[in-house]
Design a protein around this ligand. Sequence first.
Ligand code: GLV
Ligand code: MN
Ligand code: MN
Length: 421
Amino acid sequence: MRMAQRIGLPDDGERLLDDLETLAGLVDDSLPGWTRSALTDLDVDGRHWVLARMREAGLDAHIDAAGNVIGVLAGNGSGRGRIMTGSHTDTVLSGGRFDGNVGVASALEVARSLRASGTTLAHDLVVIDFFNEEVNPHGLSCVGSRALTGALTPAHLAARNQEGTAFGDALGGARVDPNRMHEAAMDLSDVIAYVELHVEQGPNLEAQGTQIGLVTDITGVAPFRSLFTGRQDHAGTTPMSVRRDAGCAAAGTVLAVETIASEQETSRGTSGSITFTPDAVNVINETAEVWGEFRSPDGEWIAHARERLAQAAEAEGAKRGVGVELEWLPSEEPVPMSEPLLGIAGEVVADLGLSHSRLYSGAGHDAAFMALQVPTAMVFVPSQGGRSHCPEEFTESADILAGAEVLLNTIVEISVRHAVR
Ligand code: GLV
Ligand code: MN
Ligand code: MN
């Protein structure tokens, strides 16, 4: 079998680390950690910065109708089809500076390293910064990758935030026209691989002492929104027996999420957002809204968890005379990664003298949407203490550079193996 020459990063990867530093500066300073939420001006600035960096690197770049930044490094035309790589640059509120950003900056560095080393791939390389990967206030994630893969529907655009605004009406903040978003759907039939580098965001690589993670599957995610409607009353004069306390029904449901998700080693359940109204110490809440999610690599377990939560929320409401609405938001099925691509990445990792483990991703990724249509692989680098979606998220520079080198050489190897002989 033909094998590609291994390539290193020029400048010892300094330019890649500089790019991460610059992205880390384009954030909301009024919040702890790093915040560049989708649907904000900062996110628009971030994506325009990526666009400019792609152009400087010699890519033919544009922002598509769904806000994805896409740059193409032309191959020599001897291979049929395209290879894609990228991630996202939006962040959660007060998150870390590496989640997503490492994959975008490294994808860009892959293109620059190819040019610097005088390597022209047999295939066009498409570098992408996907719009709005993190869950937005409308309960939607992976918006850009859904749009690119043709999975974005009118139901997504109608999804409401807590103020009742439809997602489509909030897209102006991202300079995205909801009426044109469907134009971002790409014919991916010629894409031979999508490879994404990401920080692990969990503790496994550190615990196993390995430098690289090769992802076997990406979790399924089932987000929900629940609304409990009771009766507003005086906190001091209303006897406990006659209260219709929406907050207490919500609290029981939050605990049910924890109980249900504790059933299995790999299952997860989180109630990440709770709003009590009127939200005052001496008033019984009339309404309580809870947004949360279940995750698991087992789609059947997710279906079972949904049923159990519906029963639990009904029971919590019924015992207090509180009305319950439980709405399941667009969900994602667990998705396996491409075994042949994992094999190639594993060989590259070994060749570079790095250690690796195979692991399952409990975090959601744009790769999950890409994997529904094209052979997809994800490469992880360690997260210190397993921390992520928090300001403490940290990955050593040496680990980022090792991951970028794996990404670069995996892409080269895929191209060589798919070249027309
Ligand atoms: C994405 O970061 C997710 O897993 O929520
Ligand atoms: Mn994230
Ligand atoms: Mn991410």
